[in-house]
Design a protein around this ligand. Structure first.
Ligand code: BGC
Length: 245
């Protein structure tokens, strides 16, 4: 079965038809740059355009880089603040004309990886981390998601962890993989003190470059790269939208 997955990010909004049983894209991705400022109205217009591009008529799973409860955004770290308090799910459903499931981007990526990727079959505590514009997190205990964890905003050396160790920061500061890994190790150490996870899954833009840094990371827990790479979000959003059927 195919469902349209959409991934709303700080720089691009990407859509693709997803084969939800196989956990992979069923065709080409369509990407449109995120409008600036990324207000709810402008972002929703782009999602409508993506829906039309695929001539899609059916439920839509859509990620968003913020805390999402019952369709409403409760934060907006890397998008326009007008999102806070907006029921994005209701707005998207109204403008596209189809039922929409709106979910935090890292939670979506985690759902995909736990069901059909790097976390498949893993019990205990699994923490998925996505490194991109920010740092996203998704926590699973015995396969059950604990949503909206937001560990990227954990404070390290007086700053949000994502402002020291996101992929955006590595690129902007031209950090070597070794230097970036030192920052990531500090973050992981704090997470291990608090949560003692069994497995970390590394997703987002850095997942395909794992040979450059995984050997530099030191944790008690195992670390695996996301198998669906940067597409885990789109795939997981579509998988989560099965609940709308
Ligand atoms: C947001 C999270 C999001 C992460 C990755 C953070 O800044 O607060 O909700 O999951 O970025 O996009």
């Amino acid at each position: 079965m195919e469902i349209l997955g959409v991934d709303i990010g700080g720089s691009g909004i990407k859509g693709a038809l997803v084969n939800v049983e196989k956990g992979r894209l069923a065709g080409e991705r369509h990407r449109i740059p995120t409008p600036q400022p990324a207000t709810p109205e402008e972002v929703v217009k782009v999602v409508v355009e993506i829906t039309q591009h695929f001539k899609w008529r059916g439920p839509i799973g859509c990620t968003f880089p913020a805390v999402i409860k019952h369709g409403v955004a409760y934060s907006a770290a890397n998008v326009d603040k007008a999102w806070i308090g907006t029921n994005g799910e209701a707005l998207l459903a109204k403008k596209t004309g189809f039922p929409v499931l709106l979910i935090n981007d890292a939670d979506a990526a985690g759902i995909a990886e736990m069901e059909l990727g790097a976390g498949h079959g893993h019990q205990g505590l699994v923490i998925m981390l996505t490194f991109g514009t920010g740092i996203g997190s998704a926590v699973f205990y015995n396969g059950q998601l604990v949503p909206n964890t937001e560990f990227g905003h954990m404070e390290i050396r007086g700053k949000d962890a994502e402002d020291r160790a996101a992929e955006r920061v590595r690129k902007a500061k031209d950090l070597s993989w070794k230097k970036w890994s030192e920052r990531v190790n500090e973050f992981l150490k704090q997470m291990e003190i608090v949560f003692s996870p069994d497995l970390f899954i590394f997703g987002g833009g850095v997942s395909k470059k794992h040979d450059k840094y995984l050997y530099l990371l030191h944790t008690q827990a195992d670390i695996k790269p996301a198998e669906m790479r940067n597409e885990a979000g789109i795939i997981g959003a579509a998988m989560a939208a099965r609940s709308l059927l």
